[in-house]
Structure formats: C-alpha cells, structure tokens
Design a protein around this ligand. Structure first.
Ligand SMILES: Nc1ncnc2c1ncn2[C@@H]1O[C@H](COP(=O)(O)OP(=O)(O)OP(=O)(O)O)[C@@H](O)[C@H]1O
Length: 326
C-alpha cells in the first residue's frame, strides 16, 4: 500500500461528466501530484465551480470518477454527509455564523494541537481577529477566517474557488501570501480556479483552460500565455494582437494570423525590420503604458515604459521572437 501511494498521484480525475441545465461538463480528466500548484482558468460560466465541487464530493457527477490518494471520492448520492475529510473547499459564497467570536468558531472545527493552530492563525494573518465577531470583520478578513476554519481540519488538498474575486488589492496581496505559505509551511496542496490572470500566472506550476465544460489547453503558465490554442485562451490572460504576419515582417502561414502580446513589441528609433506605425491612443496602467498604434490599417497594442507619445506620432516597432500563429 505504501509503495502504491509513492507512485500514485494525489488526485486523479477521470472523464468527469455532468449535465447542469443546458450546460455540460464534457469529460474532464487530469492528475495532480502532491504539492503541485494547479490553476484552472476559465470565463464565468465555463464550469469551474461545478468541477471543483465534484472533486470535493459536494455534488454528484453523472459519469467518471475522482480518486484522492487512491481512494474513490463519493458524491452526495453515496454518502450521507457530503465531502471528504482530506479535502477542503473554499467556496466563493462562504458564510460565517453570527454571534460567535472567531476563536469559538475556529475552536469547534479545530483538530490541531494549540501550538499548531496558533501557527496557522499567524500564517492566515488572523491572530489579531480572534476575539471579534462576524460583524466586526471586513470581507477580506472574513475570507481568511473561512480559510483558517477549513485548514484547522488538517486537509491535504485545498480547493480554492475564485478566492480573490471580492477582495481589494491590499487584501488580495495578503491572501496571496497566505496561499503561498500554505504549500511551503503547512504542506497543503492547492487547486485553484479563477478567471483572473494575475491570480494564476505567477503562482501555478501548471494551468488548464476550461471552455464550455471542456479542457481546451494545458501547460506551464508561460506556454499558455504566449502560445494559446485559440482566441478564448488568449483573451483570458490579457491584451493580445492578431495581425497579418506580413505586417510584422513574418512569412504568411496558411492564412493564419500572427499572435503577439503587447510587451513583445519594442518601440525603437527606426531601422531595418521595423514597422512604422501611428499612435492612436495612449493608456496609463500605473507601472506601464499601453499604446494603440495603427500600421497599414491594423491596430497593434504595444506595451511601453513611458507614455510621452501623442496621438498622431509616428513610431517604429520591432518584434522580438518568432511569434505564434493562430
Ligand atoms: N443548478 C444548476 N442548474 C442549471 N444550470 C446550472 C446550475 N448550476 C450551474 N449551472 C450552469 O452551469 C454552468 C457552469 O457553472 P459554474 O458555476 O460551474 O461556472 P463557473 O465557471 O464557476 O462560473 P463563475 O466563475 O461565474 O462562478 C453555468 O452556465 C451555470 O449557469
């Protein structure tokens, strides 16, 4: 048995299908190794929550199976109390009971020795909130309490459903650090679903893209970002260009268009193999600018470190790398 556990993936999801009204999860399969950070990216309504809840044993699939540590996850049809003790699911719509101090709420769920629980509260940045009640907490603080309440049950796998979606930048930053620490300090494996590239690209070891209930791409974050399989996958991770390859000095490839990200273009002072373009708009994003430039009737978005361009200015663009064709 021990030998089996050594060679077995932590999670094995095989051919999961479920009909939900007009929507269908259409045969989702993947494996996750212990401590591997996996993110599932998809637009709203693509099936992310449904899939995560099936993995957690909270709703029943029509077909397929989920194995966790080699053991089949039972859905609500086969089990009186849904869920698996080794898997925690942090929902987008978590609720904390009213009229309890947080230390009481956490105390009821806690299975850890006091010292370990205290460390966990430190990691979740909630030690200073334990005496408070629900109505004395901000949304971000509630989120971290809800997370801590799951973690005191000692799960081995944590399913995170859009954990950052209702948080401001400050609370997002804190929660990101908390999630980073979970893997390193508490040895918990995380599976995260989101529609936001900034949640996933810097964090994940491996990304899956879900569209209409089906995985359409899998890869490392850089790969998925720079080599999307289609426009849907491209659009999930930010601004992109699809232009005539000839425009950027590339050969035409079977009527395909050249896919680029704005930062793959550099604004240069002219020269060979550069593309002459006219500035149409300048957008300020804080630590960078995006410039909409027009070349031969096509718009190209270009990232720039400075914004001292005016509408109508002529600029020259140079493209790095071979490019990717869609
Ligand atoms: N109980 C239900 N009855 C009918 N349709 C449902 C039900 N639950 C979910 N759906 C539909 O299934 C699809 C997938 O929903 P799901 O919540 O999994 O998507 P999601 O990718 O998590 O979206 P979001 O990011 O908006 O939460 C949606 O089109 C939704 O309308």
């Amino acid at each position: 048995m021990r030998f089996l556990q050594l060679i077995m993936s932590l999670l094995q999801v095989s051919d999961i299908r479920r009909q939900e009204g007009n929507f269908q999860l259409q045969g989702i399969s993947f494996t996750q190794e212990k401590f591997e950070k996996i993110a599932i990216a998809g637009a709203s309504g693509s099936g992310k929550s449904t899939l995560l809840r099936i993995i957690g044993g909270l709703i029943q699939q029509d077909e397929g199976q989920v194995l966790f540590e080699g053991e089949k996850i039972k859905g609500p049809n086969d089990k009186l109390i849904p869920g698996h003790p080794g898997i925690a699911y942090l929902s987008q719509h978590f609720e904390l009971r009213n009229n309890y101090r947080m230390e009481e709420l956490l105390g009821y769920a806690n299975r850890l020795p006091d010292e370990e629980a205290a460390t966990l509260y430190e990691i979740c940045r909630i030690s200073h909130l334990l005496k408070r009640k629900n109505d004395q907490l901000s949304g971000g603080e509630k989120q971290r309490i809800a997370l801590a309440r799951l973690l005191v049950t000692s799960p081995r796998l944590l399913l995170l459903d859009e954990p950052f979606s209702n948080l401001d930048l400050i609370h997002r930053g804190i929660l990101k650090q908390v999630i980073e620490d979970l893997g390193e300090k508490l040895k918990i494996t995380c599976l995260l679903v989101s529609h936001d590239p900034t949640d996933m690209l810097p964090w994940a070891d491996r990304l899956f893209i879900i569209h209409n209930g089906r995985f359409i791409q899998e890869g490392r974050p850089e790969q998925v970002y720079l080599q999307p399989v289609n426009e849907y996958a491209a659009g999930l991770f930010g601004t992109y260009n699809l232009t005539d390859p000839v425009l950027a000095g590339k050969k035409a490839v079977d009527a395909k268009r050249l896919f680029t990200r704005p930062e793959q273009f550099k604004i240069v002072s002219g020269g060979q193999l550069t593309l002459e373009a006219t500035v149409r708009q300048v957008y300020f994003y804080g630590n960078y600018f995006e410039i909409a430039a027009e070349a031969k009737g096509q718009t190209i978005m270009v990232r720039a470190g400075r914004g001292n361009f005016a509408k109508g200015d002529t600029i020259w663009l140079s493209l790095s790398g071979e490019g990717w064709y869609l």
